[in-house]
Write a new protein. Structure first.
Length: 235
């Protein structure tokens, strides 16, 4: 004989428990610090040159770990192809990013660890945020921080639904966070690092996914073969 909850009730309870645990794993967003400034953000374009970017990468979550080499072919203003190669000569995967569209053909490895489109563009220094009614910005020292979302006259800590927090320093985008219900669900950070031109970190707090990329070489090129942007369907 089933209890009063029944099978569906047990599943619903389990889902609520997992959702609560996931929310608890995401840190609360801090209030915006600094002096209020006009919500006029730096240009959103990111790099203006066609570039071949080489890097090493390392990914890990609670059940899986991998690493290797890779390359980004970036063609401003809104095209990039990312190739990931596993260490020891094993096969890898790739992704094609055009505007707000992301195609990840083949094996699921690359899809498993890539951030969503706005955060993925942010790794290249480009701001691509879904439309939102409110923007609030504050300056602390040489760092400009801005929250974008439905902010109800406050900052992302009181936003309705999803919000984004952007951090600018030295004239460029250095960090971006996706916020849900006042908690930082996932984020990327760009930083200079010894032994690399710069380093990228992507963390999904709830699922404990972490991707680190160390950029080892950046070369300006005239252009790329158009075939690299072709979708698997041939469109």
């Amino acid at each position: 004989m089933r209890g009063a909850w029944g099978g569906g009730g047990v599943r619903a309870l389990a889902w609520l428990v997992m959702a609560w645990m996931g929310a608890a794993c995401a840190p609360a967003v801090a209030p915006l610090a600094g002096a209020p400034v006009a919500a006029l953000l730096p240009p959103a374009d990111g790099p203006v040159r066609t570039q071949l970017i080489r890097f090493t990468w390392r990914y890990q979550d609670e059940t899986f770990e991998a690493g290797g080499d890779g390359a980004v072919r970036s063609a401003p203003p809104e095209r990039a192809r990312l190739d990931f190669f596993l260490a020891n000569g094993l096969a890898g995967g790739y992704a094609i990013l055009v505007g707000d569209s992301l195609e990840v053909p083949g094996i699921d490895l690359v899809r498993r660890f890539l951030p969503p489109v706005p955060l993925l563009w942010a790794t290249l220094g480009r701001r691509v945020v879904p439309p939102a009614p409110d923007t609030v910005a504050r300056m602390a020292g040489d760092t400009l921080r801005a929250d974008i979302g439905t902010l109800r006259g406050a900052d992302a800590a009181g936003a309705d639904g999803r919000a984004w927090r952007l951090h600018y320093a030295r004239g460029g985008l250095v960090r971006m966070e996706r916020i849900e219900g006042g908690r930082v669900v996932e984020w990327i950070r760009r930083e200079s690092a010894s032994g690399a031109l710069w380093r990228l970190h992507y963390v999904h707090e709830r699922s404990k996914r972490r991707l680190t990329i160390a950029v080892t070489d950046t070369t300006t090129v005239e252009g790329f073969d158009e075939g690299i942007w072709r979708r698997p369907s041939g469109r």
